[in-house]
Design a protein around this ligand. Structure first.
Ligand SMILES: *Cc1c(COP(=O)(O)O)cnc(C)c1O
Length: 351
């Protein structure tokens, strides 16, 4: 067939998402870091009683009901918030607004694989700086790379480590472009970097309701930065990038911080237990501040274990990338799901 696409599109492979099984498949899904608990009952109630008038009309282009809820929950002014269709939408907006050709996109590796996809689509130069073995932030190399946008996920996926605030501070003060701090997993972590938006006018914090709030299917995320930085992003975003249902259901979920924190506490306790149980059967387990663990099975068996778990209807993530070739990323499930995972691993290998 004729090549109808821009060179940047024709040459990329496209993001390969984690498998999403059909509804009703009896599967334990520990591959894409969803929260194992349901969303807040208050959010579900809003969905159940939604007036169809909300569907007839266009949604509010500024998602103000949701902004209001974020403003209250996190004590940030409303005009410091941009609301997006998942944080993937915000990453897309950021990269489209800032990067092109020599205006580079820079991030450490390994990290969220989608950064590369977005940057390549934009036809922007990409600089990937490898994390050292101990996952210290390679600040000098990141600065030297000279990004128009530098992306740091913290807690990082798939490693699970949290980047120290002082490292982020140094990076923010030294990069010439925007520093985007992707806090998708912040709800499971010991601290956050939100205060940096007040210290640095080039910092934006990215958040999502997909992980901590159990709303991955709703598609809702947001960014926090000073209004001047946000004004450039508002020019790029689709007018109606967030639907009316997401605004209302998301606002109810955001208001119910107590429910979210309770679920996160349960996940953190299960994370600790699962880490211990996997260590006992010989896995190397990295300490994690996210709702997942990056583990190295004994022997060279990551691929085989991945495959065998899949045959037993348990999905985990196997990246098969440099540095991650004998590793699995396992989402922390409920204690019951984690037990089933351990049993399935035990039946696979005789440790
Ligand atoms: C899950 C994830 C996202 C995307 O979240 P959505 O809001 O569902 O688009 C962004 N960054 C990282 C690091 C993630 O793990």
């Amino acid at each position: 067939m004729m090549n109808y696409f821009r060179p940047a599109i024709a040459s990329i492979q496209g993001y390969i998402p984690g498998e999403q099984p059909k509804r009703g498949t009896p599967i334990i899904k520990l591959n894409t870091n969803e929260n194992p608990y349901p969303p807040s009952p208050k959010a579900i109630e809003v969905l159940r009683t939604l007036d169809s008038e909300w569907l007839r009309r266009y949604p509010d282009p500024y998602s103000r009901d949701f902004c209001h809820a974020v403003s209250e929950a996190l004590s940030v002014p409303k005009d410091w918030i941009i609301v997006t269709n998942g944080s993937d939408d915000l990453l897309n907006i950021l990269i489209r607004a800032c990067a092109e050709g020599k205006r580079k996109v820079v991030y450490p590796m390994p990290s969220y694989v989608f950064y590369r996809t977005l940057a390549s689509m934009q036809a922007a130069q990409v600089v990937e700086v490898n994390y050292p073995q101990d996952y210290q932030l390679p600040i000098d190399e990141l600065v030297a790379a000279g990004g128009a946008v530098t992306l740091i996920a913290t807690p990082n996926s798939p490693s699970g480590h949290l980047v120290p605030l002082d490292d982020l501070r140094q990076l923010a003060s030294r990069v010439l472009g925007i520093l985007a701090i992707d806090e998708a997993y912040v709800d499971f972590a010991d601290y956050c970097a939100l205060s940096l938006v007040q210290e640095f006018d080039n910092v934006i914090i990215l958040r999502t309701l997909s992980k901590g709030y159990s709303l991955a299917g709703l598609r809702l995320g947001f960014g926090i930065a000073n209004p001047e930085l946000l004004s450039g992003l508002f020019k790029v975003k689709d007018n109606y990038n967030v639907d009316a249902v997401a605004i209302l259901v998301g606002a109810a979920a955001m208001k119910d911080q107590e429910y979210k924190n309770n679920c996160a506490d349960k996940v953190k306790r299960s994370r600790g237990k699962l880490a211990i149980d996997l260590s006992k059967i010989g896995f190397q387990v990295r300490a994690s501040q996210g709702n997942f663990l990056l583990v190295t099975p004994p022997g060279d068996r990551a691929a085989a274990i991945y495959q065998s778990l899949k045959e037993q209807n348990i999905l985990v993530r196997y990246f098969n990338l440099p540095g991650l070739d004998n590793k699995l990323r396992i989402t922390v499930g409920t204690d019951e799901q984690n037990q089933q995972l351990l049993q399935a691993i035990n039946s696979t290998c005789n440790f």
